[in-house]
Design a protein around this ligand. Sequence first.
Ligand code: FAD
Length: 455
Amino acid sequence: MADLYPDRLLRRGEPAYEQARLDAVWNERKPERYPDVIVLAESEQDVVAAVRLARAEGLAVGIRSGGHSWVGNGVRDGGMLLDLSRLRDVTVDPAARTAAVGPAVKGPALLEQLAPHGLFFPTGHAPTVGIGGFILGGGYGWDSRRLGPACLSIEAVDVVLAGATLVHATDSSHPELLWAARGSGPGFFGVVTRFHLALHDLPRRILRTAHSYPMEMRDEVLAWSYDTLELLAPAVEFSAKVGFSPWLRQPTVSVTATAFCDTEEDLLAPLEDAPFRDRAIRAVVSQETDMAELYDYADRMTPAGMRWALDGIWTDEPVDKVLDAARPLFDSIPDTTSHVLWMLWGGHPERANSCWSSQAKLYLSPNAGWTDPAEDLAHEDWAHGRLADMQHLSKGLQFSDNNLADRFDHGLSPANSARLEEIRAVYDPEGRFRSFMAPRESTTAYAAAGHARTH
Ligand SMILES: Cc1cc2nc3c(=O)[nH]c(=O)nc-3n(C[C@H](O)[C@H](O)[C@H](O)COP(=O)(O)OP(=O)(O)OC[C@H]3O[C@@H](n4cnc5c(N)ncnc54)[C@H](O)[C@@H]3O)c2cc1C
């Protein structure tokens, strides 16, 4: 097995090191954490060589694929940062309805290759998210209410293990490894070099409805949306956003529904029966759209070049209770960029072959976005602190949107969490791979102020 080419290995202090460290994190809020070594892998062989090097030098390995972890999870102090951003191959097998996908592939690149074959995959909402962290963490993508979180569509993974061996894990060969890959997020203990995905039918057409209402109608609209979910087909993705509308130049509560249709039926028709429908200040009704436009909407919600702090809880408590508890969060949205997402995923059946196990009807997620580093603490405190006050309603978090270090919450059921640690002890007994981030590792202003909680 070949060693790494020298130009793929950057040690701390070398000229290109700092740029590679900063580039590893999409968020403008870069972590103050410094790996000893950064490896820029260009192939599966490079990954194997990198893990061999880590073993030889006793380095713990952090991983980066698309770099969209809000907290830069792969960038840890000391050890190795294994950067997989160049692994972007996609191979489609239309007859088998599968694709083999490199970990840094982004949604648009994947869908572009699938569409000519009439195939589709529930990729992340923003066009820039890498499949690696997205799918390992569950992956709530386009049409996930019908198709399930993306991790349930993983058929197999190619993984470089702690011993620097490459294995192909399926439900019959290394089933426990594949079980863990379906949902353990930053707790996974290996490097996935390729995801083998089961594909879905390309929807015949996509329709979108969006209604915006004045902010004083917030509770009425959100409570209605909670009940209305039951009237909508699983092929309808349904959410609300509470915050400032750049189009209307005022604070609004807006509901958006996207229907992935296989027939001519208008799946969005029930939304027009909202009792307050005539009070909408802007409405788009069952308008035909496409993935490029949907990606564009999502991209504009959390634009690049800003500092972002995200958090979230799953809950299926009665809506009045949720609205009461969320009032301080809604009433203190810090600026015109920050907002709260109210995402009605509705819940999806868990599977014995997947560790993914934290969800409920509603995913409530504050998204804080700002530019001035002096405002870090105020924004982080809003996102994590206000949510910590709602902890009694939480059924857990989504690994993708949280790092556990700034606000601990369960991302797996207790049984699956315990099993994950048992399997890790077998596959990675020396802890070669970084696991979930601990509060002492967080470099946010929130953690520095001592607000990060472990339980
Ligand atoms: C703008 C934006 C929009 C988003 N939209 C969505 C959305 O619609 N739905 C959703 O579910 N999430 C969404 N997220 C969250 C996103 O899925 C997570 O941040 C995810 O971790 C991003 O994956 P990545 O590969 O880009 O991240 P990275 O930062 O590269 O990876 C995060 C962590 O995942 C693990 N990991 C990544 N790749 C591998 C690998 N190949 N092998 C082993 N471990 C690996 C590592 O622990 C790594 O540190 C969004 C995030 C952003 C910033």
